[in-house]
Design a protein around this ligand. Structure first.
Ligand code: FES
Ligand code: FE
Length: 425
């Protein structure tokens, strides 16, 4: 009998995580059934497949899928598995096609999933019905404002119910666009990390690590003339002041006030004087459309939002949509995209992409340092049997609001994860 995954002791103000949760292949096997097969899992954004016939393929929770828009404009998600003898049907990562033809024996499917052609069909008996052999789909496939998710549990609550209060924070991101329409910018950052996927959940919202792991980034910002100022107060270690917010269902976010001295439109990041007229105009439009309070909320706060279990929206120096899947217990694959308003001008878009690439991705100031930290954790966890508990009590038992540099939000994730893992099925 193994120990519990977590020790959550409110009286002692202690929260410990059993490191087996981060190393064990059998835990991963259970996660696939109890977490990934029960929750709504992010597939992609509508803007990735804008035109009829557009498609992308990817692996979502280990399952190859086709995310596509058919000839009439309807969006679908299919399992990328031939109904004949199981080959991958679409081998390209993205493109535009009226249909998909399996290279093995040539079965051909229309982009609405129907099986259209079978070479040598006359060899089959009259019980063979092509109508029953369209590409299979996940039991549930729904969207919220352009974000499409699948769910393998046909009895799950609707996506909107599942997202619950997290929608308010998604709206804060989406309201940056005058029409409420944001798009994934072409190009993806795809990389592997030799670490358990849950370490990326933690890292995406763990503001405690920023002063140490990202000291290079902070020094760069300071040298670029961005006012870095650590607010005074108990437990404050960061140049942002912010809180950790529980959104229910395992979702959570940081909710931060921007760097002091930061310009009004936070998503236009490093800004010479030449950027000012454009930033002023963006601010004016926001205030006119949303009113001063909401404009302030959208533009002068930033957030790292986690949609349980594995979608992160970083709304900071740029906006990033990031998802990640376990390859095995000690390895994950990460995909991250920049995200911006469809109306954005060329110059604002250029600044956005500059901010995105400066901070995120294999060539950014932040990502390589984060990857290094997570891989060091995974390496350290090799001693888990003799040193089995991670200490995650920071901020526990506080009367005041939980800070973004506490571990309250990390505990929210682990409590929900534990609840699902302890469920009978
Ligand atoms: Fe696809 Fe045979 S496996 S046509
Ligand atoms: Fe980081």
């Amino acid at each position: 009998m193994r120990d519990a995954f977590i020790i959550d002791d409110a009286r002692e103000k202690k929260f410990l995580l059993n490191r087996e949760a981060l190393v064990s292949p059998s835990v991963l096997q259970a996660e696939m059934k109890k977490v990934f097969a029960k929750c709504w899992i992010y597939v992609g954004h509508a803007s990735e497949i804008k035109a009829p016939g557009d498609f992308v393929t990817r692996r979502v929770t280990g399952r190859p899928i086709i995310f596509c828009r058919d000839h009439s404009g309807e969006i679908h998600c299919f399992f990328n598995t031939c109904r004949h003898r199981g080959a991958i049907v679409c081998t390209e990562p993205a493109g535009n096609r009226r249909g998909f033809r399996c290279i093995y024996h040539g079965w051909a499917y229309v982009n609405d999933g129907k099986l259209a052609g079978v070479p040598g069909a006359d060899a089959y008996a009259d019980t063979f019905d092509k109508n029953e052999l369209g590409l299979r789909r996940p039991p549930r496939f729904e969207s919220y404002r352009g974000f499409w998710f699948l769910c393998l549990d046909k009895d799950a609550p609707s996506l909107e119910t599942y997202l619950g209060k997290a929608k308010d924070y998604m709206d804060l991101v989406l309201d940056q666009s005058p029409s409420g329409t944001m798009e994934i910018l072409t190009g993806v950052q795809d990389y592997d990390i030799a670490a358990n996927w849950k370490l990326m959940v933690e890292n995406s919202v763990d503001d405690y690590h920023i002063p140490t792991t990202h000291s290079t980034w902070l020094a760069y910002m300071a040298n670029s003339g961005v006012g870095i100022h650590v607010p005074q107060g108990e437990g404050l270690v960061l140049p942002t002041k912010g809180w950790a917010i529980d959104l229910g269902n395992g979702h959570f976010t940081t909710d931060n006030i921007n760097f002091r001295g930061r310009p009004v439109a936070k998503w236009i990041p490093i800004y010479g004087e030449d950027a000012k007229p454009e930033m002023d105009e963006i601010r004016r439009e926001l205030v006119e459309r949303l009113g001063p309070d909401r404009a302030n909320r959208v533009a002068d706060t930033n957030r790292n939002l986690v949609i349980f279990p594995n979608l992160v929206i970083n709304d900071g120096s740029s906006v990033t949509v990031r998802t990640f899947y376990p390859e095995n217990a000690a390895k994950m694959h990460v995909s991250a995209w920049a995200f911006g308003p469809v109306e954005e001008s060329e110059t604002a878009r250029a600044r956005r992409l500059d901010a995105f690439l400066t901070f995120y991705g294999p060539g950014g100031f932040a990502t390589p340092d984060d990857v290094e930290a997570l891989e060091l954790v995974q390496q350290g966890l090799a001693n888990w049997e003799d040193d089995p508990w991670s200490e995650m009590s920071r901020g526990m038992g506080k009367e005041s609001a939980q800070l973004n540099s506490d571990e309250h939000h990390l505990r929210i994730f682990w409590r929900r994860w534990n609840q699902l893992m302890e469920a009978a099925q």
